[in-house]
Design a protein around this ligand. Structure first.
Ligand SMILES: [Ca+2]
Ligand SMILES: [Ca+2]
Ligand SMILES: [Ca+2]
Length: 349
């Protein structure tokens, strides 16, 4: 009884503190900064993460169910694919073959790995069946099929948000919470302790690869595969790491973004980072349809220089697009995905 009372007090205080923090730091009203955009067909229940291959094929992770966000559909999550080089890009649902329970499929962050040895494409997907965390590895076969290869679970992979593949069966994954226990994580957040981490996984070795993160959300890799970028969403910055021999991550620096940035996509050609961000965390928590959470896309140029250029490329007050979580550029186009709303295809030029 005492324990549950204490947990309730801690929880209430944590909500108060985190709301205060959000009000102070990211309760922004962003002026509209629109592009020429259209809604993507068939995407009605979010596309929390998107990633684009060099040939213009984009994978979309849709239908995420997550505590604290509205349940917009009872249907299981799905993976879509869309060809950005098609004159009228239209997402197609990928069929999943193999030993995966599709009824509880709840996809979150995604990453692709192109194997130069035989041109195979692997898709890595964070999955939350019954709100647990695991990583699924698929091979993309034929035009519209994913073949499920394996499910990876591990005690260190307890609150996984996103993943970046570095081999056919190895990856880095972010934990957005410091502990699997919600009460413990609330306490840690309440104390402002940066106790979240990035975990390296390979069949031979699983370990914490980077720590001292407030809340690790999106993760991605530079085109030369030398650097790893992590969105520390509650610290409002992007943490930059160098990959060294034996998959050791060495922290280099952090670049402030002034918004709650979710997933990271990297432009294959320029190396620029594109971030889907939440300008107003308080509205995201409340999710009032009368006053919806907005969307913001931020680009970082020259992140490895002395003076990275951080600029806003799109902003909306939630009347067009609610809670953007990813922005993926490709050849003058920009895909914007959301946690639980629609997705946009925009012209950048
Ligand atoms: Ca991702
Ligand atoms: Ca940080
Ligand atoms: Ca995310």
């Amino acid at each position: 009884m005492k324990k549950s009372l204490l947990a309730a007090v801690v929880a209430a205080f944590a909500v108060f503190i985190s709301e205060t923090e959000v009000i102070l730091l990211v309760s922004r009203e962003v002026p509209l900064n629109h592009l020429n955009c259209q809604y993507l067909k068939h995407i009605e229940y979010g596309a929390e993460d998107i990633t684009v291959l060099r040939d213009g094929l984009a994978f979309l992770s849709t239908g995420l169910k997550f505590p604290g966000f509205p349940l917009v559909s009872e249907e299981p999550g799905k993976i879509y694919i869309v060809d950005l080089l098609h004159p009228k890009p239209t997402p197609v649902e990928l069929q999943i073959r193999g030993n995966l329970d599709l009824d509880s499929f709840n996809p979150h962050g995604i990453s692709v790995y192109a194997d130069d040895a035989d041109d195979s494409i692997y898709l890595f997907v964070v999955n939350h069946p019954q709100y647990k965390s695991q990583v699924e590895i698929f091979r993309f076969v034929e035009e519209n099929t994913l073949e499920h290869l394996k499910t990876i679970t591990h005690p260190l992979l307890h609150s996984v948000n996103d993943v970046v593949a570095v081999g056919t069966d190895s990856f880095y994954a972010t934990n957005h919470a410091s502990f699997p226990s919600e009460a413990l994580h609330l306490l840690v957040s309440l104390l402002g302790l940066p106790w979240c981490d990035v975990v390296y996984y390979s069949p031979e070795e699983v370990r914490v690869a980077a720590s001292s993160i407030m809340s690790a959300n999106g993760i991605n890799i530079s085109p030369d595969r030398r650097y790893i970028y992590v969105s520390d969403i509650m610290d409002h910055d992007i943490d930059v790491y160098e990959r060294q021999d034996g998959e050791q991550l060495v922290y280099l620096k952090s670049v402030g973004v002034g918004s709650l940035c979710d997933n990271i996509e990297v432009d294959h050609r320029t190396g620029d980072l594109w971030l889907g961000c939440h300008p107003n965390g308080l509205k995201l928590l409340k999710n009032d349809p009368e006053d919806p959470p907005g969307s913001e896309v931020i680009q970082i140029k020259n992140i490895h220089s002395e003076r990275p250029r951080v600029s806003q490329r799109y902003a909306d007050n939630g009347r067009v697009i609610v809670a953007s979580s990813v922005a993926a550029p490709y050849e003058g186009k920009l895909l914007i995905g959301t946690v639980f709303h629609k997705a946009l295809l925009c012209d950048l030029e």
